[in-house]
Design a protein around this ligand. Structure first.
Ligand code: FAD
Length: 412
């Protein structure tokens, strides 16, 4: 079954699936092995916290049908985890006992949902990372009246909005004094907070949660700022940890856990071993243009996984790409369609562009004369144009750019 000069991809998520597509388009499908620990074909994760939870009959949306992989010549290893990398022998060991030879290996192992040891194994506590998690969470949601979400990050807020739409009584408990401090401006975070509260979600900030009381395999109660509250269903939305276990065990350079972890890669997405690349949520990569000190990023987004897959495909074909894609992201939370592009600058002047409807607007962030970042809510066309401006390095005059009568595309 072995093909000459194989490229082995570990992880059939967004990055792994997008790399399969890029390599197949380059005519290299017959060299590719995709190793997936999940039994299902690669699927889209974003719907899992949104439409999937609300629709009992919805199935995971596949990236490609099984026949596509076969036609591209890609060999799939499903339900078989990679357990060790033999770098000296250029072999990947799978849980089934198979040892796959590789010329080049790509780690696309993603991230795993953070949990709390005190809550593991309880029947009414859920996390949401995989399709299997989503099936379980959907069933638990259907049976619950009250839903407590621990963590006001993107996934937590999306789950809260979905539960709210299902008619549940929803509480979100967030330790930080504001929402989404690492990725949203204070103004946009406040808008998101008020929108969720207006929809009926009991969203509390700056709270300390502890005192978990379990009995009979269920979480009975927890304490919020020292006050006991009964729990019907608790969903954890307390972030994700990059899945870099294989890389660490194989001696590849990884970021310290305190710095967010992840496999350290260069601008071509090669790890400390040039025959091993890392892409997607598990990769800590250099910010384009940053030199001394080198600034690294680890992005958890679908666009990043796709962009890095395309960069990796170029590297695997012997080119020397420099990964410099503009970071962007979206999150759908009930009636809010949030979209961000560019990195939020520490010091910026923020200009507000009204959107096409009363619920929509964009915040344009300028550093001096330079347009650096855009955040939009319910303004998808404006967002698309602003993103293109950022990609093109264009900085329209902010007063003109905030006039809704002036289409942003005129500055492209
Ligand atoms: P993943 O998609 O996590 O794939 C990694 C795969 O590798 C997994 O299947 C994992 O099981 C497998 N794996 C790990 N270790 C091994 C091993 N040893 N052997 C074999 N296989 C292994 N992003 C957005 O931009 N917008 C959104 O609206 C959005 N919504 C999201 C909603 C949810 C519920 C979740 C969980 C994520 C969401 N994201 C969203 C984030 C986005 O899905 C991730 O950034 C993206 O999936 C990253 O792709 P990846 O391939 O790096 O990792």
């Amino acid at each position: 079954m072995s093909t000459p000069d194989p490229i082995v991809i570990v992880g059939g998520g967004h990055a792994g699936a997008a790399l399969c597509v890029a390599l197949a388009e380059a005519g290299l499908g017959a060299r590719v092995h995709l190793v997936c620990d999940e039994p299902v074909l690669p699927y889209q994760r974003p719907p899992l916290s949104k439409s999937f939870l609300k629709n009992p009959d919805e199935a995971p949306a596949l990236h490609r049908a099984e026949a596509w992989y076969a036609e591209a010549g890609i060999t799939l290893h499903r339900g078989d985890a990679a357990v060790a990398i033999d770098r000296a022998g250029h072999r990947l060991q799978l849980a089934s006992g198979t040892a796959l030879p590789y010329a080049q290996l790509v780690l696309a192992t993603g991230a795993r949902a953070r949990t709390l040891p005190a809550l593991q194994g309880l029947d009414n506590v859920a996390v949401l990372r995989s399709a299997a998690d989503a099936v379980r969470t959907r069933a638990l949601l259907a049976a619950a009246q009250r839903v407590t979400v621990l963590g006001g990050g993107y996934i937590g807020l999306e789950i809260a909005a979905s539960a709210q739409a299902l008619g549940k009584q929803v509480t979100v408990l967030e330790a930080a004094p504001r929402l989404l401090a690492r990725s949203l401006s204070a103004a946009m975070a406040e808008h998101v907070l008020q929108a969720h509260r207006a929809s009926g979600i009991d969203l509390r900030l700056g709270v300390h949660v502890g005192g978990f009381e379990a009995a009979g395999g269920r979480l009975q109660a927890l304490q919020v700022d020292g006050v006991r509250e009964d729990v019907d269903l608790l969903v954890l939305g307390i972030g994700a940890v990059p899945e870099d276990t294989l890389a660490r065990a194989a001696g590849l350079a990884c970021a310290d856990a305190a710095d967010g972890g992840g496999v350290l890669v260069d601008a071509a997405l090669r790890s400390s071993d040039p025959d091993v690349l890392a892409i997607g949520d598990c990769a800590s990569f250099p910010l384009a243009g940053s030199t001394q000190p080198l600034r690294r990023l680890r992005l958890e987004s679908v666009p990043n996984a796709g962009d890095q897959a395309r960069t990796a495909a170029a590297t695997l074909q012997g080119r020397q790409p420099v990964h410099a894609a503009l970071p962007w992201f979206w999150s759908d939370q009930g009636g809010l369609r949030l979209q961000m592009a560019g990195l939020l600058p520490a010091h910026a002047v923020v200009h507000r562009r009204p959107g096409p409807t009363p619920t929509g607007f964009s915040l344009l962030h300028y550093v001096g004369d330079r347009f650096a970042c855009v955040e939009s809510v319910n303004a998808p066309m404006d967002h698309m144009m602003a993103r293109k401006l950022l990609e093109a390095g264009k900085s329209p005059d902010p007063a003109a750019a905030c006039d809704p009568a002036q289409p942003l595309k005129q500055w492209l």
